[in-house]
Design a protein around this ligand. Structure first.
Ligand code: PHB
Ligand code: FE
Length: 330
């Protein structure tokens, strides 16, 4: 357990409701679920979401520790990361809520929202439901409370310090480690590169097949760091169905479509107006600007490389106009 966890601060109803679930509070926000829906209340409004969509978004917000910038669960509710504190908001990036003055947010310490969201995820995830899995590869989220799925919701996040397959770093995926080739990637060659290392450089020279590695991913829409060079992070992921969040950027990110096809709906980050629809086919490269939000649709399991700049300076540089919202001037 990390040092800054404060589970005792989580506000949870002592009793469960008629469907067997606890209710939670975070500041003035209230959370409850029943068989099908998650309900969110705050002083100026109320919101309802399908509980499977809510848990898929919540799982990512927890696993990514609030990610880069904004994690919109949908067009109304979400979080904005300030890297130490987090805004939890309703209607804040929604023109209609803003105009009606019904938008609301609170800024909370990261450990408190982290522990609260982990508790909700743990209590509301039933046995058989895996929020990270493709809808085709999981049981349903619905129904009265039955069991739990702790193994699925506490998966260790892959985060290479240098690169996968460097000695002492993230290991290759194999059948023996429980990473079988996914049904949709049965055609992907599984051979690994031959590495001939000059004696003395054994810990410095490494290589691996990224396609074979990704073909064995158990999860969808979960970028994980496979190589690091200073602030340059390669975060590939396998995608099927719909990205369960709408990501509002606080920096530019590059996408390289490694296989198949994804369509991205791109909207204005703050107001939600439609900006573009981008269909990326295998081999296509694009940059998502820092002032948009986006959600991907992948009709067949596909491989996507997300290239992130992890610099902690970027959000302020971009917000203050010192760095442009787009990556390149032609
Ligand atoms: C993104 O917001 O850029 C993103 C998030 C998850 C993915 C892919 C892209 O799986
Ligand atoms: Fe993004």
């Amino acid at each position: 357990m990390s040092v800054d966890t404060t589970p005792e601060l989580v506000v949870r109803s002592p009793e469960t409701n008629a469907q067997g679930y606890h209710e939670f509070s975070l500041g003035e926000f209230r959370f409850k679920r029943d068989e099908f829906f998650a309900y969110i209340n705050w002083p100026t409004g109320a919101h309802i979401m399908s509980v499977d969509a809510f848990l898929r978004a919540l799982q990512r917000d927890v696993a990514w520790d609030f990610f880069y910038g904004i994690v919109n669960f949908d067009g109304v509710f979400g979080t904005m990361n300030h890297y130490g504190t987090v805004d939890i908001f309703a209607g804040r990036y929604n023109d209609a809520y803003r105009k009606a003055e019904l938008d609301y947010y609170e800024n909370v310490e990261t450990p408190l929202i982290r522990e609260t969201f982990k508790s909700i995820l743990g209590d509301w995830t039933n046995e058989g439901f895996d929020p990270f899995a493709s809808p085709h590869e999981t049981g349903p989220a619905f129904g009265i409370k039955h069991g739990a799925n702790t193994a699925a919701i506490t998966r260790r996040r892959v985060a290479a310090r240098r690169m996968v397959n460097v000695p002492g770093d993230e290991e290759l995926r194999t059948d023996d480690s429980g990473h079988r080739v996914n049904r949709m990637f049965a055609y992907v060659p599984q051979d690994e590169p031959d590495i001939e290392v000059e004696p003395g450089f054994e810990s410095e020279v490494a290589a691996f097949s990224l396609f074979a590695y990704l073909s064995r991913s158990q999860v969808t829409w979960n970028p994980s760091v496979v190589s690091v060079c200073k602030d340059s992070l390669f975060c590939p992921t396998t995608e099927e169905y719909i990205l369960p969040i709408i990501h509002g950027n606080d920096r530019v990110e590059w996408f390289v479509q490694l296989s198949d096809e994804i369509t991205w709906e791109v909207e204005d980050r703050d107001a939600g107006g439609v900006r573009a629809r981008v269909t990326m086919k295998a081999g296509d490269v694009c940059a998502m600007p820092a002032d948009i939000r986006h959600q991907g649709y992948s009709p067949k399991r596909s491989m996507l490389l997300v290239w992130e700049n992890g610099s902690a300076d970027l959000p302020d540089l971009i917000a203050s106009g010192q760095t442009p919202t787009y990556p390149i001037e032609f």
